[in-house]
Design a protein around this ligand. Structure first.
Ligand code: ADP
Ligand code: TRP
Length: 331
């Protein structure tokens, strides 16, 4: 049976953190055998906010390196950079003719950006969902693993696909957001304020690039309290989060022992955090070292990117041929 096509875009915002790893990366890695996977770095999308392009360039290299270090196998998936696949830009152009100003202006992410950067409300920002639809439709992907915040964009991609099919003929399947259900782990910030995120408190975020001392320091500073006084009491969410981290990086016996200490009110958070810190160091260290090695090896990086672009362009070219035929843009 033909494998279903899965696609997701990764924004080159640099430094992946533990939330990205357990919320996204780990699931991509699990999917690479069962599906026909396309994962790409959305560097054109980044231009909508006018970033420093030197930093953006380094970020693209880092995202590729970190994703490979986390287990994405460039021989199994197409791992590529958006701007290496010019076919996406042509499809974006056709889809733009089917996207209406009114609906684009109503998009939540657009309205947020207008608020954040009122002096730079450019047309690329307005048509961000059209470019995203082109990313997906160019490979005729059916499953798109994304977070909740991207569901509106997915709905728009379905609308553009449907309009295209209606006007020119049935070329595109309708892509659906892919939900990992029970596998979805939400990692909270170490200070107990909301989810771990790049844009929040950096001392409360564990990056895959953090050195051993930084990891220890951050965990030792994580929010705790004076401990439970009633046996088997419910854990406050910041304690629950530390246990979640321990469950994913420590041995089961270790986790179970601290769990028991908590339940009989003998837990000492100092010891608990020291153990968690050491297990976290052991978890992050190999990923960090592998990512750094790949990032410093520009020959390897370029080879990975070239291989990914070739795979992606082959599929993109095939779709674009169909699209051109359907629109009669062939002479
Ligand atoms: P950030 O919030 O750090 O900017 P992104 O919005 O770029 O992260 O998210 C990239 C992916 O990582 C998404 O699939 C998102 O669901 C996942 N993710 C981000 N933060 C967390 C978290 N704290 N816990 C679980 N998953 C997360
Ligand atoms: N908009 C997505 C984000 O902010 C990134 C992205 C771009 C994407 N193109 C995509 C995600 C295509 C999935 C499919 O995270």
């Amino acid at each position: 049976m033909k494998k279903e096509t899965v696609l997701s875009g990764i924004r080159p915002t640099g430094y992946l953190h533990l939330g990205n790893y357990f919320g996204a990366m780990r699931n991509y890695v699990k999917m690479q055998n069962a599906f026909n996977c396309y994962f790409f770095v959305a560097n054109w999308h980044s231009l909508t906010t006018h970033p420093d392009t030197k930093a953006l360039q380094e970020s693209v290299f880092r995202v590729i390196a970190e994703n490979v270090a986390c287990g994405l196998d460039p021989n199994k998936v197409a791992l590529y950079v958006q701007s290496d696949v010019p076919e996406i830009a042509e499809l974006y152009l056709y889809l733009n003719m089917l996207a209406y100003k009114g609906e684009l202006e109503k998009t939540t992410t657009f309205k947020d950006k207008v608020r954040q950067q009122p002096d730079n409300v450019n047309a690329g920002l307005l048509t961000y969902p059209v470019l995203m639809a082109a990313d997906i439709l160019i490979h005729r992907a059916v499953k798109v693993p994304v977070g909740k915040d991207q569901e509106q964009h997915l709905e728009m991609a379905r609308n553009f696909a449907e309009r295209f099919n209606f006007r020119y003929g049935p070329i595109f399947p309708e892509p659906q957001a892919f939900n990992f259900g029970d596998n979805l782990i939400k990692i909270m910030s170490l200070d107990g304020n909301g989810k771990m995120s790049k844009s929040e408190n950096q001392m409360a975020t564990l990056y895959l690039a953090d050195d051993d001392d930084a990891i220890r320091k951050k965990i030792m500073k994580a929010k705790t309290d004076s401990g439970p006084t009633v046996p088997n009491s419910l854990k406050p969410d910041y304690i629950e989060n530390l246990f979640t981290l321990m469950r994913i990086v420590s041995k089961k016996e270790v986790y179970d022992a601290f769990q028991e200490n908590y339940n009989n009110c003998t837990i000492r958070y100092g010891d608990f955090k020291k153990q968690l810190a050491e297990d976290m160091v052991a978890f992050i260290q190999p990923i960090r070292e592998k990512a750094a090695a790949i990032q410093n090896d520009k020959v390897l990086l370029h080879q990975i990117m070239k291989q990914g672009a070739e795979k992606a362009r082959e599929s993109a070219h095939a779709t674009l041929q169909e699209v051109r035929k359907a629109i009669r843009m062939i002479y």
